[in-house]
Design a protein around this ligand. Structure first.
Ligand code: ATP
Ligand code: MG
Length: 428
């Protein structure tokens, strides 16, 4: 059989969001925009596709993402190496530098959309997934770190989520990490026999990541390793204490997890994750931290920054478990009609109802009144408007209140106002 006749399907690990699920996505997106706006964040939309070197430089060569998760290909037209964004931060920072956005003031920006990582698909882990990405660029103190954590606490409250907890750590400054790194390598060399292949490979390139292991056999050894926290100098310590004081002011509970390092190279000082036990193995809903060196690393004037990313699929799963995530109706009014003249009139009537501010679905295909009313019920509409020859001759419509079954006839000229009044009355 030729290629053309093979059944077409989506790529593994890449999901369609079907009509039954998309209402929750849209509601989440709406809540997200309102929430971010209330903290002064504005949308910055960078392309999905960037030069590969943006990510290799920005994220770091010896990270899971760059080593094995990127969708990278050569542009057949000019031989350039391109990569689908595996995360937002590098592109957001590139755009900020390219358009000189930090020249006169710091910026709070956000984006949401798909990111791509070639991972083994499983619950909570996909190859195309979505993030809400939030970045504060040009802020040095612990204030914005604390504000971002405070914002997230508010967001969980808006969504009605419980059972989500905060872990924080400090990765200190470059020199402190270097000193700790030497001690850590010496420690790991003493436990060489325990290290798995990943661990051995990273011993000299990215030893901190050896501690971030999910391998239970390594975790005990990792627990005894020298702690970066013990190598922090006075400035880093003050920053971390400043963060904790502000979280205490806000009444936000947290635990300090000395082994929290995050999967990307660019972090320093504050790192944090929000985790839950309700999602199985992939329990991290949000991760973030400070990346004071990244703007300079990518060619900009040095500027401190802090940000986080929320995994939307995981958040949605949690939201749907824990609360009444949006499951609203498709429309306010469902318009049914019988016969050609009434079908034509239905389109006109529907427009007048939309003029009155109502959401309206016109049945749109042939069918008996009975089958049309069944669809009207299924649509979640408050009213079915029924147009037949009799009604049209009288300049009226029949209305069925779908919740109660009550029916009445009413003049077409005032139909919109009548239904709007009834809806307002119902929700009062
Ligand atoms: P993990 O340790 O689970 O691989 P990560 O450290 O790679 O996470 P980040 O780069 O911090 O993840 O991305 C931020 C958030 O995006 C994560 O906290 C998670 O909620 C979500 N996320 C990461 N990878 C995936 C994926 N493959 N599928 C779905 N969501 C993901
Ligand atoms: Mg990962």
């Amino acid at each position: 059989m030729s290629e053309v006749f093979k059944k077409l399907s989506a790529l593994r690990g890449m999901n369609d969001v079907l009509p039954g699920q998309s209402a929750a996505w849209e509601e989440l997106e709406r809540l997200t925009r309102d929430w971010l706006r209330s903290y002064g964040y504005v949308n910055l939309r960078a392309p999905v596709l960037e030069h590969t070197r943006l990510f290799t430089r920005g994220i770091g060569e010896v990270t899971d993402i760059v080593e094995k998760e990127m969708y990278t290909f050569t542009d057949a037209l000019n031989g350039e190496s391109l990569t689908l964004r595996p995360e937002f931060t590098a592109g957001m920072v590139r755009a900020t530098i390219e358009h000189n956005l930090l020249y006169d003031r710091p910026r709070r920006v956000y984006a949401m959309g798909p990111v791509f990582r070639h991972e083994r698909p499983q619950r909570g882990r996909y190859r195309q997934f979505h993030q809400i990405d939030v970045e504060a660029l040009g802020f040095a103190g612990p204030d914005v770190d604390a504000e971002q954590i405070q914002m997230l606490a508010r967001f969980w409250k808006i969504l009605g989520l419980r059972d989500i907890r905060l872990e924080i750590n400090s990765l200190g400054a470059g020199e402190e990490r270097a000193e700790h790194r030497a001690a850590l390598i010496a420690y790991l060399e003493r436990h060489l026999d325990l290290l798995d292949d990943d661990g051995k490979r990273r011993l000299y390139t990215n030893p901190l990541r050896v501690l971030d292991t999910k391998n239970p056999a390594l975790q005990e050894m990792a627990a005894g390793a020298p702690r970066l926290l013990d190598y922090l100098g006075p400035d880093s310590r003050a920053h971390f204490e400043g963060l904790q004081a502000r979280l205490d002011d806000a009444g936000i509970a947290y635990t300090i997890n000395p082994r929290l390092v995050r999967g990307l190279d660019y972090y320093n000082l504050t790192v944090f994750e929000w985790v839950t036990d309700r999602l199985g193995a992939q329990g991290t809903v949000c991760g973030g931290g400070r990346y004071d060196g990244l703007v300079e690393l990518l060619g900009g004037k040095p500027a401190p920054a802090v940000g986080f990313a929320i995994g939307v699929e995981r958040l949605l799963e949690l939201w749907q478990q824990e609360s009444q995530a949006a499951d609203g109706g498709e429309c306010d009014v469902y318009v049914a009609s019988l016969g050609e003249p009434a079908a034509r009139r239905a389109l006109v009537v529907a427009e007048s109802l939309r003029d009155a501010g109502l959401d309206v679905i016109v049945h749109g295909v042939a069918g008996s009144f009975k089958s049309q009313l069944k669809r009207a019920d299924g649509s979640g509409a408050a009213f079915a408007v029924i147009l037949g020859d009799d009604e049209l001759a009288a300049g009226e419509a029949a209305v069925k209140v779908l919740a109660s079954g009550e029916q009445f006839r009413t003049p077409l000229d005032t139909l919109g106002a009548t239904l709007v009044d009834r809806l307002a009355g119902d929700s009062a």
